[in-house]
Design a binder for this molecule. Structure first.
Ligand SMILES: Nc1ncnc2c1ncn2[C@@H]1O[C@H](COP(=O)(O)OP(=O)(O)OP(=O)(O)O)[C@@H](O)[C@H]1O
Ligand SMILES: [Mg+2]
Length: 257
């Protein structure tokens, strides 16, 4: 489904690569969690998969298509099938829940329609269905600004589902939420992805949490993959390898969820 080959990324103003020769394969319907200390490259990797960042070198195949090569239009179409969930929700706060969810359809409509802000009947039906899926039916006309963090992330999930994605990438989707909401949102994402056959790749900070939701754990340190395997195979040695025996090992490895 996703094949990352020899991916390297260096930010313009840096003298060290943020991603160093990353090769990873993900199967359809797989659920994987990326862990690693702050600055290890988790967000950079996820952003490259979605081409929010143009990597310095390497290849990323989605199915048979290399999204880093070829016409931009085609890449855009493939990207449309990748949903992205962010820590800070990325919603238009002063617009309604429904409008935000409908925005998930924008890239699938003609630019003419988009300018007029018009959505088809099918778009509205899909938006309503997805609001129900995330448990926000009845909130259509509420302004996003007035919602709680957990509700905002539900809106973002409904918006992503309107893309009818094959893949959902979630960059620390629950970092801004309290522990009860963290679990609720992760359960929701997991259920939706399993039921709809969506490949799910998330970055998460807390280890216990990562093990609970990622059948596969990918450990990053300093731009490299230092662990890739089943969560039950992750040993204490691996954890030290990922986080280093620093404060972070205590913070992420011992406490949390
Ligand atoms: N826009 C940028 N410009 C320059 N360097 C960047 C930029 N974004 C990230 N970096 C650097 O790239 C490296 C990887 O950062 P990245 O944000 O991918 O880490 P992360 O694992 O997501 O960290 P966190 O857990 O704090 O979110 C770090 O050294 C960081 O300083
Ligand atoms: Mg990050």
């Amino acid at each position: 489904m996703i094949r990352i080959e020899k991916l390297v990324h260096r930010y313009n103003n840096r003298n060290e690569d943020a991603l160093k020769d990353i090769s990873l394969h993900f199967k359809k319907n797989e659920s994987a969690v990326i862990i690693g200390s702050s600055g290890s490259g988790k967000s950079t990797l996820l952003k490259c998969i979605n081409r929010l960042i143009e990597p310095s070198s390497g290849d990323i195949f989605i199915g048979n298509d290399n999204i880093l090569n070829g016409p931009i239009k085609k890449a855009g179409k493939i990207r449309g099938k990748i949903g992205m969930i962010f820590q800070n929700f990325n919603l238009t706060e002063n617009e309604t829940v429904l409008k935000n969810v409908l925005n998930g359809r924008l890239r699938f409509n003609s630019s003419f329609k988009t300018i007029l802000g018009k959505f088809s009947k099918e778009d509205y039906t899909l938006a309503q269905e997805n609001l129900e899926k995330v448990g926000l039916q009845g909130y259509e006309n509420e302004t996003v600004l007035n919602l709680s963090g957990g509700q905002k992330q539900r809106v973002a999930i409904a918006r992503t589902l309107c893309q009818k994605p094959d893949i959902i990438l979630a960059d620390e989707p629950v970092s801004n939420l309290d522990p009860k909401l963290m679990k609720e949102i992760m359960d929701l994402l997991q259920t939706i992805c399993t039921e709809s056959g969506i490949t799910f790749i998330a970055s998460l900070h807390f280890l216990d949490f990562a093990k609970r939701y990622g059948a596969r754990i990918i450990g990053m340190r300093n731009g490299k993959i230092v662990f890739d395997g089943k969560s039950e195979d992750l040993t204490e040695k691996d954890i030290v390898e990922i986080y280093g025996k620093t404060k972070e090992w205590y913070l992420y490895g011992k406490t949390g969820f």
